[in-house]
Design a protein around this ligand. Structure first.
Ligand code: HEC
Length: 202
């Protein structure tokens, strides 16, 4: 590149190499260089015109899906996943559970369900035997002590470790009631309790 510069009348400098780019008009002494656009820029521009034409043809002239239709199609996928997740944990809803426990005396029913199904492994008052102690703050399969988590363990079981899945043996109401009973046992500190297992939850 030639670095020789030359002043024009108002003191701008024009590089020798660019002289041929000066347009032959002049606005009050302001001169303009006509730099061609870089090819990558023109390329993107041309591609975007092409894409716009295809887009217009597909979505406006032909029967491409509308935004509403696309949203509905995607949302129905999401709904399927949500439904599948809910089914996996037995469609447990905390509102339904709380209403059930309060209005239908869930804990008392749960005591009976416990005596008939859980006592053999978790022992009197949940103090633990083959199965872990259910009265302390230590849990193997629960990450936060809330009814949904307890329900999910009861529903799915931990079959590899000897805890049956109760989904097929008990009704939803029986499971909700036994969960409320198990929760009521927490902190009862029975005598001869099995030693803590798992992680302490606050
Ligand atoms: C055949 C024995 C057996 C029976 C019957 C049984 N459990 Fe269990 N239960 C276990 C074992 C063993 C574990 C520990 C699983 C593990 O190690 O992950 C367990 C774990 C649990 C846990 C999770 C404890 C934790 O620390 O994560 C809950 C809650 C529970 N059982 C509730 C019940 C309820 C409610 C019933 C009755 C409906 C019941 N179990 C019946 C053996 C049993």
């Amino acid at each position: 590149m030639t670095l020789k510069k030359e002043d024009n009348e108002i003191g701008n400098t024009i590089i020798e190499d660019e002289k041929h780019l000066v347009l032959d008009h002049d606005y009050d002494g302001i001169q303009e260089l006509n730099h061609p656009l870089p090819s990558w820029w023109s390329g993107i521009w041309a591609v975007s015109i092409f894409v716009a034409a295809v887009y217009f043809m597909y979505y406006v002239m032909m029967d491409g899906p509308t935004l509403q239709e696309e949203y509905e199609a995607e949302y129905s996928q999401v709904r399927k996943v949500i439904e599948a997740e809910k089914a996996k944990s037995g469609n447990f809803e905390i509102e339904e559970y709380l209403a059930f426990v309060k209005e239908r005396d869930g804990i008392k029913k749960g005591f009976t369900v416990y005596e008939e199904n859980c006592l053999s492994c978790h022992a009197e008052g949940g103090r633990g035997d083959i199965g872990p102690n259910l009265t302390d703050k230590f849990w193997l399969n629960i990450k936060s002590f809330d009814p949904k988590e307890v329900y999910t363990v009861v529903f799915k079981g931990v079959e590899d470790n000897g805890m049956p899945a109760w989904a097929e043996m008990l009704s939803k109401e029986e499971m909700m009631s036994v969960v409320s009973y198990v929760i009521s046992l927490n902190g009862t500190n029975p005598s001869e309790a099995k030693e803590p297992q798992g992680v302490e939850l606050k």
